[in-house]
Each structure stands twice: as structure tokens, then as C-alpha cells.
Design a protein around this ligand. Structure first.
Ligand code: G1P
Length: 296
């Protein structure tokens, strides 16, 4: 078995109901932060981590994602004709090598674990990454790259982890922890979406994983967990006494783009990080904060 992580699974089958009506005809992964769709941030991060094969687990209504990662000959010809080389360059990141991207349908919404299991034949017998595009992470060194480096030092199942407020534990997979080595924490238990009073800690799983193929075998049992769904968390937890599980405290700022508030925060933050937008946007924010204070 190779120890190099070159494949990543992107579960993108969700309906995105929290963003209706926008997501009635647009997959939520195509919604944009400034001018790049959420999925582009996920792909960029995977590429930076050395991923060469990109496996999308999709559902009906997601064909815009396939078009997005395809060449657009008429658009490219038009931009070329007009000499818009800078715009042509912005399209480069959307191009994939032939055969580098694959789409698999999840026919029924049976849970995140089931979605990952749908990709089992493409993954085969090697370690693989999972990226949930709703979790956008701004970081100097991209989060998955940090995790690949951690994996190379300590091959095991590694989940990105972050402390969350106690009252939010019911939105996350929560870790029970043993020995704490700073960035890497030994995981002794994992619970999907526990109530605050039942949570073993407030250390939450964030949507980046490096997993061993054993997790796919565990998913094969198709056991249902929280919410009656086949949970990835439960299949990883089975490896605590097997190949081991670590929480990885990443460096960076995570935005929950699965929620409207998180999405708006990410928009502002990514806008401010663009030199060409920063002054205008900052001036606007200062003005509205000032007006809001004056009105109180
Ligand atoms: C999923 C996982 C959960 C994890 C979360 C991170 O939940 O099941 O363990 O903490 O992503 O964003 P979802 O947000 O899909 O309900």
C-alpha cells in the first residue's frame, strides 16, 4: 500500500436547503466568495497538498459543477479574440487534466459516510483525503497540506480539529482526547453531533480528513448513527483501536460556509484580503459601523 495521499473525495451531493431559493438551480458549491466558487477553494487547497485525483460524489442537479471544471471553447476563443489574456489566465485554475476528475452519483442521501463509501472503487487500497467544501479555511499554508505533512510523520487517520463553543457541539463530530502533542491530539472517542451536556469535549471535527482504506471497510457495514444516517465519524471511530485516529489542530481561520452568517463573514474576509477591493470595502464597513453606532 502506498503511503502517499494523492486522491481526494469531495462530497457535494447535499441539497443546500439552507440557501434556498439560491440553491434551487445552482449547486451550493458554485456559490461564490468574491469571484471564486466554494468548490474552487477546495480544489486549490487539494492541489497545494499534492492531490492528483479529484473524486466528486454528486447527486441530481449538480451538472453545473461538471461544466465548471470543463474547458469552455467558445468563451476561451472569445477572450482570446479580444486579447483578454488576464481573464484567460483566471480560467486556468478551472481546467483539469483529462482523467484527473471523476464524478460518482450518490443515489440516495444516506449520510456523509455513505457518500464517501460511494467513492470506494476509485480510492482503492490507499490513504485518501476528504474535503467538505462548506468548510473554507484561510491559511498561510493550506490546511490539507499541513495535514499531509502531519500524516507523513504519523501515518494514521487524521481529522482537522478546532475548539467550538460548548453550545455548538450538536453541529459537529466531537472528539474525546488522550495524549495531547500540541498540533496532534490522540483521539480516544468520537461522537457525531452530541448535545452540549453529553459532549466529551468541545474539540470539533472540521471538514478535512486523511483516512486509511480501513475506514472504507468499516463503512461497508452501513451502520446508521446520528440522525439515522451512515456517519463518517462512526466509521473513523472504529479505527481508534485499529490504525489510530488523531485530531489535528490546524493553523488558519475556518469559515462555516454552510451557514449564511459564516458565508457572509467569509465574503467580507476574502474581500478584505484582495488588494484591489480592500480600501473600498474597508471604508464601507467603517461607514456602516459608524452609522449603526450613531443610530443607537
Ligand atoms: C459533517 C460531519 C461532522 C463535522 C462537520 C464539519 O457534518 O458529519 O462530523 O464536524 O461536517 O463541518 P455536517 O456539517 O455535514 O452536518
Amino acid at each position: 500500500m502506498t503511503n502517499k495521499v494523492t486522491k481526494a473525495v469531495f462530497p457535494v451531493a447535499g441539497l443546500g436547503t439552507r440557501f434556498l431559493p439560491a440553491t434551487k438551480s445552482v449547486p451550493k458549491e458554485i456559490m461564490t466568495l468574491v469571484d471564486r466558487p466554494l468548490i474552487q477553494y477546495a480544489i486549490d487547497e487539494a492541489r497545494a497538498a499534492g492531490i492528483k485525483e479529484f473524486i466528486f460524489v454528486t447527486s441530481r442537479g449538480k451538472s453545473a459543477l461538471e461544466d465548471y471544471f470543463d474547458h469552455s471553447p467558445s468563451l476561451e476563443a472569445e477572450l482570446e479574440r479580444k486579447g483578454k489574456t488576464d481573464l484567460l489566465k483566471t480560467l486556468e485554475d478551472t481546467n483539469m487534466d483529462s482523467g484527473a476528475i471523476a464524478y460518482i452519483r450518490q443515489h440516495k442521501p444516506l449520510g456523509l459516510g455513505h457518500a464517501v463509501w460511494c467513492a470506494r472503487r476509485m480510492i482503492g487500497n490507499e490513504p485518501f483525503a476528504v474535503i467538505l467544501p462548506d468548510d473554507v479555511i484561510a491559511a498561510e499554508k493550506p490546511c490539507l497540506q499541513q495535514m499531509v505533512e502531519a500524516y507523513e510523520e504519523k501515518p494514521s487517520n487524521i481529522v482537522a480539529a478546532m475548539e467550538v463553543p460548548r453550545e455548538k457541539t450538536s453541529s459537529y463530530g466531537i472528539l474525546a482526547t488522550g495524549a495531547d502533542h500540541g498540533n496532534m491530539v490522540e483521539v480516544t472517542g468520537m461522537v457525531e453531533k452530541p448535545k452540549a451536556e453529553e459532549a466529551p469535549s468541545n474539540l470539533a471535527v472540521i471538514g478535512r480528513y486523511i483516512l486509511t482504506p480501513k475506514v472504507l471497510e468499516n463503512l461497508e457495514q452501513k451502520q446508521t448513527g446520528a440522525g439515522g444516517e451512515i456517519q463518517l465519524t462512526d466509521a473513523i471511530a472504529k479505527e481508534i483501536d485499529g490504525e489510530g485516529v488523531h485530531g489535528f489542530r490546524f493553523q488558519g481561520q475556518r469559515f462555516d460556509c454552510g451557514s449564511k452568517a459564516g458565508f457572509l463573514q467569509a465574503t467580507v474576509s476574502f474581500g478584505l484580503s484582495r488588494p484591489e477591493l480592500r480600501d473600498d470595502l474597508m471604508g464601507f464597513i467603517q461607514d456602516i459601523v459608524h452609522m449603526d453606532k450613531a443610530a443607537q
